[in-house]
Design a protein around this ligand. Structure first.
Ligand code: MTE
Length: 437
């Protein structure tokens, strides 16, 4: 491989300083270099081209010479960023509307998923709901059954919360098989998104209806053709569940449940019932199809776990990640996402030698509960083979398990709630691949 300008920016004196500041094997450098406190400083990470000596005058490109296009009513990404799309399968001929598209995690930065790239998982397609005709009915073990129109709900006090949403089938491809299948970070882990959800607390509506003595669960049903239904214990419903009406500031998208969805923070995505039309207060779970025949984890003895609600502590390196190629030697930023359904992220460690040695990554200071957290660490890669891994620890003390430890808990057929450590192998040519390590 040829070194280009960019790798030459890591001058040999800086390189010596960086090598002296390795915090784990195979080139992982102290996160102090990201804070700009080191000798080599941020300069070591700069990858821009070196200006030619005679390039004193900047030339003006064509787009700087004439006025651009007019303002528009609804914005779109740059046509030069058109490759950043959801990873969507071909239409399902046998069961129309059923399937999933994935968030391209490896093509995004930060922690908030743009609405157009939020992953989708539909069991019977996206209904086209007229909000003027849609109703939410709240009934069962209540003093006063209630019916809400969309307009009614808009008049209630609202809250805004940033939370991740993860399908419990996410990353399931990594749970089985003798060897790992090829895939990108988004392709393998992209049933995961994070947004600011705004809506009415379910507790506000339950208060108004008056929960009867003896009630301990609620059941929720969607208005789609699948009539997806899920049961949620009443204490969770009262704690932090919202009837979400907005997603990142605009009305939630049809794919996410327009005009309203039940949003259950930190729990498996399936319980966040979209196109919500009914909430019933009960004294037990309904045992809907989607909590008995599916969304249960098969154990080695043939029994299943039912109602595994919180998503496990998890992380994934999004860059460098599967199907990428490192095109230069020198400093790279290893970055990715970490999250947990049991609180916030306290620590993310990174390994470049398949788990033999670990270094602490820099994580966002303003970590939120039940939300995605971004982590970063500088890595000096000079062409040696490497296996990159990340391991997250949450505020409850849960540590992300190795893939082998996760697999040992279940039947080989179980694909739900996979949170084992992801390994990306980097070849001497810089190709990055999904591997089981
Ligand atoms: N709610 C209804 N009514 N119908 C559905 O098909 N899919 C569930 C859940 N809520 C579903 C639903 C599943 S399996 C998941 S993972 C999430 O919605 C996906 O939410 P999203 O499509 O907004 O990402």
């Amino acid at each position: 491989m040829q070194n280009n300008n960019k790798s030459e920016r890591v001058r040999s004196d800086e390189k010596i300083a960086l090598l002296n500041d390795q915090v784990a094997g195979n080139g992982l450098i102290s996160r102090r270099h990201l804070l700009g406190l080191s000798l080599a400083g941020a300069g070591g990470l700069v990858t821009s081209s070196v200006l030619a000596a005679d390039a004193g005058l900047l030339t003006r490109p064509a787009w700087s010479m004439t006025p651009g296009r007019d303002p528009s009513e609804y914005g779109n990404p740059s046509s030069h960023a058109a490759q950043i799309k959801r990873l969507a399968p071909a239409p399902n001929a046998i069961s129309p509307g059923t399937g999933a598209s994935r968030t391209p995690l490896h093509l995004l930065q930060g922690t908030i998923t743009p609405n157009s790239l939020h992953f989708e998982r539909h069991h019977s397609g996206v209904p086209d709901i007229d909000p003027a005709q849609h109703r939410l009915v709240l009934h069962g073990m209540v003093r006063q059954p209630l019916e809400f129109s969309y307009e009614d709900l808009l008049a209630y006090p609202m809250v805004s919360r940033v939370h991740f949403l993860e399908c419990s089938g996410n990353s399931g491809g990594n749970s089985s098989g003798a060897s790992a299948s090829d895939g990108s970070a988004g392709g393998i882990h992209g049933l995961l998104s994070c947004a600011e959800w705004t809506g009415v607390r379910l507790s506000t509506l339950l208060d108004e209806a008056g929960v009867a003595a003896g009630a301990s669960w609620i059941t929720a049903t969607g208005a789609d053709a699948a009539s997806l239904g899920r049961s949620v214990p009443l204490d969770k419903a009262l704690r932090d569940v919202i009837i979400a009406l907005y997603q990142n500031g605009e009305p939630i998208r049809p794919e996410q449940g327009y005009p309203m969805r039940m949003f259950v923070p930190g729990w498996e995505g399936n319980v966040s019932v979209k196109w919500l039309t009914q909430i019933k207060v009960t004294d037990g779970p309904a045992n809907f199809r989607d909590e008995t025949s599916r969304y249960t984890e098969l154990l080695p003895d043939g029994k299943s776990l039912q109602f595994t609600y919180p998503m496990g502590v998890k992380s994934v390196i999004t860059s460098p990640s599967g199907q990428m190629t490192l095109t230069r030697h020198g400093l790279h930023e290893v970055t990715g996402l970490a999250w947990s359904g049991s609180g916030s992220i306290r620590r993310v460690e990174i390994s470049a030698d398949g788990g033999r040695t670990w270094a602490d990554a820099l994580i966002d200071a303003d970590q939120r509960e039940l939300a995605l957290t971004r982590f970063r660490l500088p890595w000096l890669w000079e062409g040696a083979e490497a296996v990159l891994q990340s391991r997250a620890t949450d505020s409850a003390g849960n540590v992300q398990p190795s893939r082998a430890a996760w697999v040992a808990q279940y039947s080989p057929a179980n694909r739900y709630h996979f949170n084992g450590i992801q390994s990306w192998a980097v070849s001497a040519q810089g190709e990055v691949k999904n591997v089981y390590a």
